[in-house]
Design a binder for this molecule. Structure first.
Ligand SMILES: Nc1ncnc2c1ncn2[C@@H]1O[C@H](COP(=O)(O)OP(=O)(O)OP(=O)(O)O)[C@@H](O)[C@H]1O
Length: 261
């Protein structure tokens, strides 16, 4: 049997005496697209950083297993995961001299530019395909720093997918997108979800939960409030509890919306 993408057992992360994650246990199997939903400050990004090894459990307590392993060479781990977060986008927005195609190719080297790495024709081909998949080949030749938020987001997803990772971690992937761009972007992510990469989507917004995602982890106040099938958890009473406000859930086709009453 394949090891889970993520298995966390009694893990806490504490900063300045305050828990960012408080004794959480959680398993995300590979192949199960999962959304992590919660209010601002609930601990969502902290959870992503535990997976990417930017953070470790406080005091060495508890275990974080990624694909069954607790110890990872960070470069090896990055070859299995694609990550897109607002922090990564901010980093790229400052890259005056970095061209779009090079930014995508650099995904092979877990670097921000190609520098003196040996770029093969196969890497170039894969980069073209990843840009095509995200519908942004027309941006080749532009500098990353000149792209709009939506354009840069698609290029960064292409970069995250270029080396064919087993999982794609998306932290607030729709932040800053207008409603129409967001919908187009989510449709592109649906194709990614259907291609066999496991998606872990971190969001505050119920309407960003793709139809392909059928499992939710609800975080509240640094703890896992619930972890279960979307059909059980996307309900008014559960989300009212999560958001701390009376909430109704509306379904339209395969998508859902949450409204504060
Ligand atoms: N470097 C830090 N030092 C101290 N506290 C931090 C640090 N980073 C995050 N926190 C705190 O940890 C808690 C969880 O933060 P986290 O960024 O994981 O939340 P989040 O659910 O991703 O929030 P948001 O939706 O606003 O991005 C918050 O209370 C935050 O203030």
């Amino acid at each position: 049997m394949t090891e889970p993408l993520l298995s966390i057992d009694h893990v806490s992360v504490v900063r300045d005496g305050r828990p960012m994650l408080d004794d959480i246990s959680l398993t995300i199997p590979e192949g199960r697209h999962t959304a992590i939903l919660g209010r601002n400050g609930a601990g969502k990004s902290t959870l992503v950083k535990l997976i990417t090894r930017q953070l470790y459990p406080t005091g060495g307590q508890g275990a974080v297993r990624i694909f069954g392993q607790t110890q990872w060479n960070v470069f090896e781990l990055r070859s299995l995961l694609g990550v897109v977060s607002p922090a990564i986008q901010t980093d790229y927005a400052g890259e005056e001299a970095l061209e779009v195609f090079d930014a995508v190719v650099s995904g092979f080297f877990a670097a921000r530019g190609v520098w003196n790495h040996a770029v093969t024709e196969a890497m170039r081909q894969a980069s073209r395909e990843a840009l095509e998949r995200m519908g942004v080949t027309h941006l080749i030749g532009r500098q990353m720093a000149t792209l709009s938020t939506g354009e840069a987001r698609r290029v960064l997803i292409a970069r995250a997918l270029v080396h064919r990772p087993r999982a794609l971690l998306l932290d607030e992937p729709c932040a800053g997108l207008d409603p129409a761009t967001r919908r187009q972007f989510l449709e592109a992510l649906r194709d990614v979800a259907r291609s066999g990469v496991t998606l872990v989507l971190v969001t505050h917004h119920v309407e960003e939960i793709l139809p392909e995602i059928d499992h939710l982890v609800l975080l509240r106040d640094a703890q896992v409030l619930s972890d279960g099938p979307k059909s059980d958890l996307l309900t008014g009473p559960v989300l009212s509890d999560l958001f701390g406000m009376p909430t109704t859930v509306e379904r339209r086709g395969d998508w859902s919306w949450a409204h504060l009453d």
